[in-house]
Write a protein that binds this ligand. Structure first.
Ligand code: G4P
Length: 190
């Protein structure tokens, strides 16, 4: 997606060989016009999949997931990382390990909103080692629902998440694929 790549080149800050900061349009401040393009593009790519729910994880996945869901005409659900006061019982829980933070989170969703027979599109902002996406997939499977695909705004192709997801049999569509951040240079994959 050219508009996204342009934005990454203009505003992305390489923090290390592994980390790209995109706080100005995706992870802190959010660019609504770019989100509109992103959501429309995900909806176009998955248009034939008869999706019934879009699922993401708080917080940065919510913006692109919301627009995608609006375009597809279905609800969006976000998995929570913190236990909610009002979500006590009747929840699905999965453990997700974050290599970046070197800690394990429990992610939860209410059983009320994800049901057997749902066809689920997972959307997330970054794909690094794939742990968050795999955790979301396990939640969907617990509900007896089906993951029809995974849409990623920025894939770091040099980390192993994308391969793990594809080897597990999931369709992955990434709008920008970064091959390398070596020497402060953002190189996109072909
Ligand atoms: P994984 O799920 O693919 O295994 O990734 P990992 O645990 O390494 O990522 C943990 C958090 O760091 C996630 O956000 C993820 O989106 C983010 N992240 C990973 N690599 C990068 C990167 O190069 N740049 C940026 N900006 N973020 C990255 P999170 O903690 O859940 O944050 P948020 O969604 O609440 O904003």
């Amino acid at each position: 997606m050219e508009a996204l790549k342009k934005k990454i080149l203009e505003e992305g800050v390489v923090l290390s060989d592994e980390v790209l900061k995109v706080d100005s349009f995706l992870n802190h401040q959010i660019d609504p016009v770019l989100m509109e393009h992103i959501g429309t593009e995900f909806a176009r790519r998955f248009a034939e999949e008869k999706i019934t729910k879009v699922l993401t994880i708080e917080s940065s996945g919510i913006a692109p997931a919301l627009i995608t869901a609006r375009e597809l005409g279905v609800p969006v659900i976000f998995a929570r990382k913190q236990k909610s006061l009002t979500l006590k019982n009747d929840i699905y829980v999965e453990k997700v390990y974050s290599f970046t933070k070197q800690s394990t989170n429990e992610i939860t969703i209410s059983k009320q909103f994800l049901v057997s027979g749902d066809r689920v599109l997972i959307i997330d902002d970054f794909l690094a080692r794939g742990e968050a996406s795999l955790g979301l997939c396990r939640l969907v499977e617990k509900a007896g629902a089906t993951v029809v695909g995974i849409g990623i705004v920025i894939e770091k192709s040099f980390q192993n998440g994308v391969n793990k997801l594809k080897e597990a049999g999931f369709r992955v569509e990434s709008l920008a694929r970064i091959a390398s951040l070596h020497q402060n240079q953002i190189q996109f994959a072909e």
